[in-house]
Design a protein around this ligand. Sequence first.
Ligand SMILES: NC(=O)c1ccc[n+]([C@@H]2O[C@H](COP(=O)([O-])OP(=O)(O)OC[C@H]3O[C@@H](n4cnc5c(N)ncnc54)[C@H](OP(=O)(O)O)[C@@H]3O)[C@@H](O)[C@H]2O)c1
Length: 252
Amino acid sequence: MGTLNGSKTMTKLKDRVVIITGASGKLGTALSRHFHKAGASLVLAARGEKRLRRLENSLGKERVLAIPTDGTDVKAVRKLLKIAVAKFGRVDCVVMCTGTWKQISLASNDTLAAERLDEDHYAFAKTAFVTGRVAFKFLQRRRGVVGLIAHISSHAAVRPRLAGNDTYGPTKAEASHYMAILNAEKKRLRIKNVQVTDLRPATINLPGMGLSSEQQRKAVQPSTIAEWIARHIGKKRVAPFKHFETKEGFAL
Ligand SMILES: NC(=O)c1ccc[n+]([C@@H]2O[C@H](COP(=O)([O-])OP(=O)(O)OC[C@H]3O[C@@H](n4cnc5c(N)ncnc54)[C@H](OP(=O)(O)O)[C@@H]3O)[C@@H](O)[C@H]2O)c1
């Protein structure tokens, strides 16, 4: 059994194949490291090749393949899934982890806010729509494997009272809503071999977030999210959404 943060044990992922979009980002990198440590084979995706290759190299290249991919590009996502199967023989899980939070509030410049809405829509909603839908159909056709689609949303998708989320909140909500649609379609069409879950973390303890040591301790740990996903890979029933809360007293 592998160890997680030196203490807890992590679900073994030997022979499991996980695709991560937004792999080169802060959370994507943390999740990639956890899954790799647990024994999974990884296909790392993001648009920029340099950071992706850096992560691939740092993981030692064993059980790792980096494929530069734009998660909004239908053909590119289809190719990503095909390459994963060609290289590792199967796909067990697709983790969607794209885009970056930027603060926009009523006090922000309106033109800037409108531009940011387009950017957030592209990075969050369109990636979830295209990658989610293409992966769903692909996994549906794979017999003998229960595939998991894990979309990293945010608590801001369902909590309008959180400040500074004028563009992040609505575009995350759109992405989360599409996961609910995929779940509804799954039920309607009685599809049993694809599971879809919308993960809604509060602030995560990641490098480069500028959190104090107290905030780091009380924030959501990436290992908690990694372990939750790992535990649900291959399961025939997975909750359609899941919140990950910070510890009491956490304040930004
Ligand atoms: N950080 C937190 O506390 C927190 C809390 C809750 C939820 N989340 C969610 O977790 C996810 C990752 O956050 P983060 O803090 O790790 O952000 P990040 O460090 O900025 O990483 C974003 C990643 O997304 C990739 N990306 C952006 N657009 C893409 C596209 N069209 N296709 C493929 N990849 C794309 C980026 O690489 P390229 O630009 O090279 O494509 C990068 O790898 C986001 O969805 C965020 O909302 C984060």
